[in-house]
Design a protein around this ligand. Structure first.
Ligand code: ZN
Length: 533
């Protein structure tokens, strides 16, 4: 059976850039666009040329895309001007792009209230703007804003808007659930009715996630006949986000009926890049990955219960719906107070430590892990600290450095300008290879100052720490045993893209932080093969 082609349109750089707290630079956009191209995405919407300097700069430069088409986004022309005389539209038409996607109104209520023009004027605007794109020799896409709400309010007007775009030369009519509130069953019905009313037109779907169903809505539209799907990496987008391509793409490639019915521009070899592409976006946004994201999250193939983890080791299909390698993710057997001996051995093997199940050291380590978890340590999210603990217990951890003492002060005072400031200063005395270093550093808080002082000079190890960055710092107060303790989790990253987490526990928050920081540094030295004395 020949499979039908389904086109994937990424709007991370346009709709995703609308997310609160997201601000891409031109370089960020280039990097993401190249990663999307390598993944096999068909269309990459780069932004709105003319709307802001970053988007204009992104479209001014050449971009070496192997497969994807670069799309400029814009709006249909303003009322009262001709298409040729609208500077906003001109910026879109003049951008270096293979295609232009113009958004226009299809809901009569929006035409009345937001545009305040007549219904016919809006239709003329759509037709003239799309015709201008086609005349320029670009592929034209029409984003039918609020289409599902518009269709429910006034179906014949919504369809007239689509027909105008189609007749003017739009290759794709993209049906947008702009407010994200339409349910999959209604999307299915409306897409079926729209196709029946307009045979010969090609449809896309653009869904927002305001009921947590943007992926389901998109799949419903595909079943109803949409052949272009729009979405973003990690579901990035304003409010609750857009349809998440990191969930949609693996579903389309790995699950029936989609896998046997459709082909996309993405091969199974390219699908293996899915997890890395998702993490790249997190890295650029300086965000920790969503642990529980479908397919690509660090916990998507993590097994904790002793029963689950021993079954998964007999046959992964017992608790995994697809193989993690298919999307470039990996299986994790978590060490926890529920963990049995087999989980521990698997976790040790993953860290490159092979031990026999009958080895007495395995029982001792298991007891040690349980005891520490009772005290408040959590190794589920702190694999680096677990590996250090195991290596230390087995006598396989080099002694890189010894912290002899540390001191940290926090001072609040008026500075020379008369402003009230709070400054922290830390002194760390550390021994490396028989030599003692007295490191002093200041910071905006005690942990920042301690981190600076600890890393300031570690002798021959300093060279390994130059690309080390602290990317996340989490504090939790717990009641463990009989008293309240603080658990600190630190996540670090380095220039090679590695990320690792460590944990520290103490009644004192500074002490707990320091423990997690020293673990993070020891792990980096271990990972990079630094030679101990
Ligand atoms: Zn949108």
């Amino acid at each position: 059976m020949t499979r039908e082609r389904l086109y994937v349109f990424d709007t991370t750089l346009r709709d995703g850039a609308q997310t609160q707290g997201v601000d891409f630079s031109v370089e960020d956009k280039r990097q993401i666009a190249l990663a999307l191209d390598a993944l096999g995405i068909d269309y990459i919407e780069g932004g709105w040329p003319g709307a802001n300097p970053t988007d204009s700069a992104f479209f001014a430069e050449a971009l070496p895309l192997a497969h994807a088409r670069r799309v400029a986004f814009g709006m249909t022309k303003r009322a009262g001007r001709s298409a040729a005389n609208d500077p906003g539209l001109a910026a879109v038409l003049d951008a270096r792009a293979d295609a232009a996607c113009l958004v226009g109104k299809t809901w009569d209520f929006q035409v009345d209230v937001a545009l305040e023009i007549s219904l016919n004027e809006n239709i003329d605007g759509i037709a003239q703007s799309i015709a201008a794109v086609a005349a320029k020799g670009r592929e034209a896409l029409f984003d039918a804003e609020h289409f599902f709400d518009g269709y429910r309010a006034n179906p014949s007007y919504a369809l007239d808007c689509l027909s105008a775009a189609h007749q003017a030369g739009a290759r794709w009519l993209v049906l947008c659930d702009t407010n994200g509130g339409t349910l999959p069953e209604n999307v299915y019905r409306i897409v079926c009715e729209t196709r029946a009313a307009m045979p010969g037109a090609a449809f896309g779907i653009h869904a927002h996630n305001d009921t947590e169903q943007a992926v389901a809505v998109t799949l419903a539209a595909v079943r109803a006949g949409a052949r272009q799907i729009q979405g973003t990496l990690n579901g990035l987008g304003e409010r609750c986000g857009n349809a998440n391509l990191c969930a949609l793409i693996p579903t389309l490639l790995l699950k029936d009926p989609y896998a046997s019915q459709f082909e996309t521009g993405i091969s199974h070899v390219q699908l293996v890049r899915m997890t890395a592409t998702s993490r790249l976006l997190d890295e650029i946004l300086n965000r920790a990955p969503n642990r529980h994201a479908a397919y690509v999250g660090p916990s998507a193939f993590a097994h904790k219960g002793g029963l689950h983890s021993s079954a998964v080791q007999k046959d992964p299909r017992t608790y995994e719906h697809v193989p993690p390698e298919a999307v470039g993710n990996m299986r994790r057997i978590l060490v926890s107070d529920q963990a049995g001996r087999s989980s521990l051995l698997t976790r040790l093997a993953a860290a490159g430590i092979d031990l026999d199940a009958r080895d007495a050291r395995v029982s001792r380590l298991l007891e040690d892990v349980k005891q520490r978890e009772f005290l408040g340590y959590a190794y589920d999210g702190a694999e680096a600290s677990f590996e250090l603990l195991a290596r230390r217990a087995l006598g396989k951890l080099p002694s890189f450095f010894d912290v002899e003492s540390f001191r940290v002060i926090v001072e609040r005072r008026h500075n020379a300008a008369g402003d009230l400031v709070t400054i922290s200063e830390a002194v760390v005395k550390v021994a490396v290879d028989g030599e003692t270093f007295h490191n002093v550093a200041t910071g905006n808080g005690p942990v920042h100052a301690l981190d600076g002082a600890l890393r300031k000079d570690l002798g021959k190890y300093s060279q390994f720490l130059q690309d080390l960055r602290l990317v996340d710092y989490k504090v939790r107060i717990l009641t463990s045993g009989t008293e309240a303790v603080t658990r600190v989790m630190v996540e670090c990253a380095d220039g090679r893209g590695a990320r690792w987490s460590t944990v520290g526990v103490s009644a004192n928050i500074v002490d707990a932080s320091f423990e997690a920081l020293t673990d993070a540094i020891r792990y980096k030295l271990l990972k990079d093969g630094a030679q101990a004395p």
